[in-house]
Ligand binder design. Structure first.
Ligand SMILES: C[S@@+](CC[C@H](N)C(=O)[O-])C[C@H]1O[C@@H](n2cnc3c(N)ncnc32)[C@H](O)[C@@H]1O
Length: 286
């Protein structure tokens, strides 16, 4: 790695990035922490798959625990599906989790492939938290988290076999992001993202999508931008999966839980009206 010591001044380049970093540095919401406490995999992404309706039945005093455990299962399933699309990864490969949050997907990737995984986030709190998790699991020599900007990571050119963004592309310009990913990936290396994007077919940003942007201080991109920016950077899609129908049950369950944050209805509206998709895209670096 060639980067100088990361400081707020050389990692956070814009006022916008400072506000996003501040959001994540101060984020302590139970919807993330209580779920992660279950098995030490802390996710900041949504879930996919049907929920088990029996969690809503049974004793009232343990109902919420059952819902939380089920939501965590669906979020972990989402990360598994992302990792399924990384292709053949060996223990000698090097992977990057771009916008890594508290590191859940990185830890799962190392557990599955044995590979070295580096995660970057512009939140120093998240990086510290994630490194603590790696230490507690005894994998800190293979899974490392860094206070770095994914638009300018400092990792060597052509050094990575795989890179993913798990719900972190909506904070950056896609052309800049994919240029940096293309620089770091070796020839034939794989890129995977799971993201929410708005639907060019139904028009511009719907009201529900705008509410999501405002809630998370993000800038949801149109679907078309992903494919333009990938093509412009020698990243050629091999798989595109619309996960929208698969994520709706998660949001329905979350709306019934004690950890709902109020953003559930805009997500459900946006998905149901068709103005927003939940997409997985996998692409190869040529
Ligand atoms: C919604 S969270 C997703 C976290 C993680 N990928 C997961 O699935 O749990 C978005 C993450 O993107 C990170 N992020 C936003 N802009 C970034 C940037 N320019 N460079 C690095 N990380 C960034 C945030 O700090 C946060 O960790």
């Amino acid at each position: 790695m060639t980067m100088t010591t990361p400081t707020v001044a050389n990692v956070l380049h814009t006022a916008y990035q400072k506000s996003v970093a501040s959001y994540w540095n101060n984020e302590r919401h139970p919807v993330n922490l209580l779920l992660g406490d279950i098995d030490g995999l802390y996710h900041h992404h949504y879930g996919i798959g049907d929920y088990d309706p029996s969690v809503l039945k049974g004793p009232e005093d343990t109902r919420d625990d059952r819902i939380i455990a089920e939501m965590h299962r669906l979020e972990t399933t989402q990360a598994k599906v992302l990792l399924d699309h990384l292709g053949d990864i060996s223990s000698s490969d090097h992977l990057l989790d771009a916008g890594c949050g508290r590191g859940g997907t990185s830890l799962m990737a190392h557990q599955r492939f044995g590979a070295q995984v580096d995660g970057v986030s512009i939140s120093e709190q998240q990086v510290q938290f994630a490194n603590d998790q790696a230490r507690q699991r005894g994998v800190a020599d293979k899974v490392r988290f860094h206070f770095r900007n994914m638009l300018d990571t400092g990792f060597e050119t052509g050094s990575l076999r795989g890179i993913w963004n798990n719900e972190s592309t909506m904070y950056v310009d896609l052309f800049e992001l994919f240029a940096e990913h293309a620089r770091q990936l070796e020839f034939g290396g794989r890129y995977v993202c799971i993201t929410g994007c708005y639907n060019d077919v139904t028009g511009g940003r719907s009201r529900a999508v705008s509410r999501i942007d405002e809630h998370y201080i993000c800038n949801i991109h149109p679907r078309s931008d992903y494919f333009r920016a990938l093509a412009a950077n020698n990243l050629i899609p091999i798989n595109v999966i619309d996960l929208t129908a698969d994520t709706i049950p998660y949001w329905e369950l979350r709306a019934k839980s004690s950890v709902a944050t109020g953003i559930e209805q805009p997500f459900l509206t946006a998905y149901r009206e068709g103005s927003f998709h939940y997409l997985l895209i996998a692409a190869d670096r040529i």
